[in-house]
Design a protein around this ligand. Structure first.
Ligand SMILES: Cc1cc2nc3c(=O)[nH]c(=O)nc-3n(C[C@H](O)[C@H](O)[C@H](O)COP(=O)(O)OP(=O)(O)OC[C@H]3O[C@@H](n4cnc5c(N)ncnc54)[C@H](O)[C@@H]3O)c2cc1C
Length: 328
């Protein structure tokens, strides 16, 4: 069996998601140890331009399942997983890489069950050492890091977004192969998708995240955070306490039961640093904590800590950053 690596590239609104290009970086790292070609599989509808972008990511081949029934607006996990499993059977890779996103988690688990392959989820590193696939992944809500060795190949791996740098899609174009889509009966599919009115930065792909917790005291307490986020081009996140209080919607929750983010910069405002919150953000490259309690646990994981009232610190920071940005 060839030692090929197959990347399952997610697309959104006709373009590949950033994590797809991050997975190419992971695949290149793996290929150094195991050799083999790097191939990509994408499924959805109207994927011509997405396929072209993926084909220029320095890969050997792009397989595309392009059918209206696979449109993201009608996401049907049973159908998507079945189409994916067919593509994997045909491509015969040794390793399949997914982004550990909502969609990635859903289809990877289903495809692994269909093919009876092992799946290691939410990895933050993947290497091929002495003939073995070795994965690193946070466990116990980020309290410990596990090193997992795949007992055998083929295997599937999902990789946490924002950990690896994305490759530039500027290589000469690889061939694109359209694969046949075999329909299956689905028991459930998305009936309607309601797009949020605001065109804010996507939290899970943001390079900078400004998050608020119970310390912001109410929905209006998020306004200074939005002002700071605007200056930085950041997304706004929240702790579960802020979400449960109804101040912000669930889509902004960071943590064990919310989104996992790994931005370059995470600014936690009025967040105590409960383990369940850390589970969703502790892999951020730089963590800044603003908390009026100097003993708050968040300071233990923070690279920079500001012990102070967020309602004084955040506006002052915003004003200073505005000046810095204006000088640029
Ligand atoms: C199964 C399970 C799953 C969970 N999943 C998640 C999850 O996904 N995400 C998550 O976040 N939580 C999750 N939680 C909840 C978690 O345990 C904490 O309760 C929650 O993270 C606390 O949110 P917080 O830090 O905003 O609030 P608190 O712990 O109440 O902290 C508020 C902080 O704000 C500070 N503060 C107050 N006023 C100011 C001010 N003016 N300026 C600066 N600082 C101020 C305080 O000093 C304090 O440290 C989960 C819990 C369970 C049991």
């Amino acid at each position: 069996m060839p030692n090929n690596i197959l990347i399952v590239a997610e697309t959104r609104d006709g373009a590949p998601r950033k994590v797809a290009f991050e997975l190419v970086t992971v695949a290149k790292q793996l290929a150094q140890g195991m050799g083999g070609k790097i191939e990509v599989f994408a499924m959805g509808s109207n994927l011509a331009s997405a396929a072209q972008a993926l084909a220029q990511a320095g890969v050997s081949k792009v397989y595309v399942a392009d059918d209206a029934a696979l449109d993201a607006s009608r996401f049907a996990p049973e159908l998507h997983a079945a189409v994916l499993a067919d593509a994997i059977r045909a491509a015969q890779p040794a390793v399949v890489l997914f982004g550990a996103t909502g969609v990635g988690k859903e289809i990877s688990a289903r495809a692994a069950a269909k093919l009876d392959w092992g799946l290691v989820t939410d990895c933050t590193d993947a290497k091929f050492e002495n003939g073995a696939l070795v994965l690193t992944k946070p466990v116990y809500a980020g309290k410990a890091i596990a090193t997992v060795k795949a007992k055998s190949l083929p295997a599937m791996v999902s990789v946490r977004p924002n950990i690896f740098p994305p490759v530039e899609a500027n290589a000469s174009a690889a061939p694109v192969e359209i694969v046949a889509v075999k329909m299956v009966n689905v028991r459930a599919k998305v009936a309607e998708r309601v797009k949020k009115a605001e065109t804010a930065v996507d939290l899970s792909e943001a390079k900078i995240v400004v998050s608020g917790g119970r310390g912001v005291r109410g929905p209006e307490g998020f306004e200074p955070l939005h002002a700071l986020a605007k200056v930085l081009g950041a997304a706004v996140g929240a702790s579960r306490a802020a979400v449960d209080a109804g101040w912000v919607d669930y889509g902004t929750q960071v943590g064990q039961t919310g989104k996992t983010v790994s931005p370059q910069l995470y600014i936690a405002c009025g967040i105590s640093g409960a383990i369940q919150h850390l589970a969703g953000m502790s892999s951020s490259k730089n963590i800044v904590a603003i908390n009026k309690d100097p003993d708050a646990p968040i300071f233990k994981v923070a690279d920079y800590g500001i012990a102070g009232d967020l309602f004084e610190v955040v506006p002052a920071l915003t004003e200073e950053l505005k000046k810095v940005m204006a000088e640029k």
